[in-house]
Design a protein around this ligand. Structure first.
Ligand code: SAM
Length: 193
């Protein structure tokens, strides 16, 4: 399923500063940076999941500006990268959209700085990608991360990105880039080792 991989950045339901469920704001740089990373790694689509009308308006305006007219002429590669972006309101819409496109539900992968029960290594994830027919959906959070209700719907939880340090709070942009390079970077074309 190397050519059937989807990325989603969720803004709802997210854990807020006080531990309550919130909707987080879309950062403009997330839209552009993650789109470029996804286009670079041949990800089929980058979904932005936000249910707030004002937030959706902002994202739609950014996408329309850079995909058409002066924005496209001024920066064609940015326009090309943004072609992979799709805005949906809810997590359920995201899963349904991929299921409709593929006729089958996607395998869902949770990401977090914390290790969980169904944690899978990057090496095993590469093997799944090379052997599995179903589409793969990799979920990333914002704010203080994705709640249990999302992780419980997932088939796998990818092992955390770690370095030899006592600090582990990657930005979502960095987490997407490192994760994609580890699971569908050049190595995977040498048989996933
Ligand atoms: C918790 S959010 C914080 C985002 C931050 N507020 C921002 O705007 O970039 C970051 C998301 O990136 C991913 N992430 C962060 N650190 C990670 C790590 N060490 N390993 C794997 N994924 C990680 C997870 O999907 C997490 O939900």
């Amino acid at each position: 399923m190397l050519n059937n991989i989807y990325v989603a950045v969720l803004h709802y339901p997210m854990i807020g500063k006080d531990g309550k469920i919130v909707t987080t704001a879309v950062a403009n740089m997330d839209v552009h940076d993650i789109a470029r990373t996804c286009r670079t790694y041949n990800v089929k689509r980058y979904y932005i999941v936000n249910n707030l009308p004002m937030q959706r308006q902002i994202v739609t305006r950014v996408l329309n500006y850079w995909r058409n007219g002066f924005g496209r002429e001024y920066n064609p590669s940015r326009a090309e990268a943004l072609e992979v972006v799709k805005l949906v309101s809810y997590y359920e819409d995201l899963v349904e959209d991929i299921a409709n496109e593929n006729g089958v539900l996607p395998l869902k992968v949770f990401t977090s700085a914390k290790t969980r029960e169904n944690t899978i290594s990057y090496e095993k994830m590469r093997k799944v990608i090379l052997s599995e027919e179903r589409p793969l959906l990799i979920l990333f959070g914002t704010g203080r991360g994705m709640p249990l209700e999302i992780s419980e719907t997932c088939d796998f939880s990818l092992e955390p990105i770690r370095a030899k340090s006592d600090f582990n709070h990657l930005s979502v942009r960095s987490a997407v880039a490192i994760t994609l390079d580890r699971i569908i970077g050049e190595d995977i074309y040498q048989g996933g080792k």
